[in-house]
Design a protein around this ligand. Structure first.
Ligand SMILES: NC(=O)c1ccc[n+]([C@@H]2O[C@H](COP(=O)([O-])OP(=O)(O)OC[C@H]3O[C@@H](n4cnc5c(N)ncnc54)[C@H](OP(=O)(O)O)[C@@H]3O)[C@@H](O)[C@H]2O)c1
Length: 168
C-alpha cells in the first residue's frame, strides 16, 4: 500500500498544543478531506481523542488507531497495537492509500520505520507556540514540489503553502 504522510506545521515545526490544533484554515481542512476520502487514515490514540466526538471516526475513510492499550475499542474503527502491525499493513496490496495523519508520535515512528513514500506538508507561515512538533528530516532524501499557495485573507489568519515531498 502506498503510504502518504499528511501534516500541517508552523514555522517552528509545531503541529499542536494541549492536544488540539492551533489554527483554523478552512481551505487546508478541505484539502485534507478531499485528499484522504476513500482511503485509510492511521492516527495515534491521542490524535483520535482530540477529534470532537461528532466528527469521529472521520467519515468515508477507514479509521485506524494506534495504541498500546489492547483493550482499546472505538466504534467503526480498526485498532493496531504496534508499529510492526503497521509495517504489515503497508505490505498489503491495495488500490487505497494509507494516510499517516499524526500526531507527533505517529509521524515520528512512521518516518523512523521508513514507511513513508510521500509527504504532503502544509507549511503555515507563523509560529503558534506549539507543544507538539513534527520531527526534523533530511531534505536531501526528498524531491520537493509546491502544490499551492494560500494567501492570508478573511478566513485564513495565516498564509501557507502545500508542498509535496516524494521519497527519492
Ligand atoms: N497539525 C497537524 O497536521 C496535526 C495532525 C495530527 C495531530 N496533530 C496534533 O498532534 C497532537 C497529538 O500528537 P501526540 O504526539 O501527542 O500523540 P499521537 O501521536 O496522536 O498519539 C500518541 C499515542 O499513540 C500511541 N502510540 C505511540 N507509539 C505507539 C506504538 N509504537 N505502538 C502502539 N501505539 C503507539 C500511544 O497510545 P496509548 O497511549 O493509547 O498507548 C500514544 O500515547 C495534538 O495536539 C493534535 O492536535 C496535529
Amino acid at each position: 500500500m502506498k503510504c502518504v504522510l499528511i501534516v500541517a506545521m508552523d514555522k517552528a515545526r509545531g503541529i499542536g498544543r494541549n492536544n488540539d490544533l492551533m489554527w483554523h484554515l478552512p481551505n487546508d481542512m478541505k484539502f485534507f478531506k478531499e485528499t484522504t476520502v476513500g482511503h485509510a487514515v492511521v492516527m495515534g490514540r491521542k490524535n483520535f481523542e482530540s477529534i470532537p466526538e461528532k466528527y469521529r471516526p472521520l467519515p468515508n475513510r477507514e479509521n485506524i488507531i494506534l495504541t498500546r492499550n489492547k483493550a482499546f475499542l472505538a466504534k467503526n474503527c480498526s485498532v493496531l497495537n504496534s508499529v510492526q502491525e503497521l509495517v504489515e499493513l503497508k505490505k498489503q496490496e491495495s488500490d487505497k492509500t494509507l494516510f499517516i495523519i499524526g500526531g507527533g508520535e505517529i509521524y515520528k515512528l512512521a518516518l523512523n520505520e521508513n514507511l513513508i513514500d510521500e509527504m504532503l506538508i502544509t507549511h503555515v507561515n507563523d509560529d503558534y507556540g506549539a507543544d507538539t512538533f513534527f520531527p526534523s528530516f533530511e531534505l536531501c532524501d526528498w524531491s520537493v514540489k509546491t502544490l499551492l499557495v494560500q494567501e492570508r485573507d478573511d478566513r485564513h489568519k495565516s498564509s501557507y503553502s502545500i508542498v509535496k515531498y516524494v521519497h527519492k
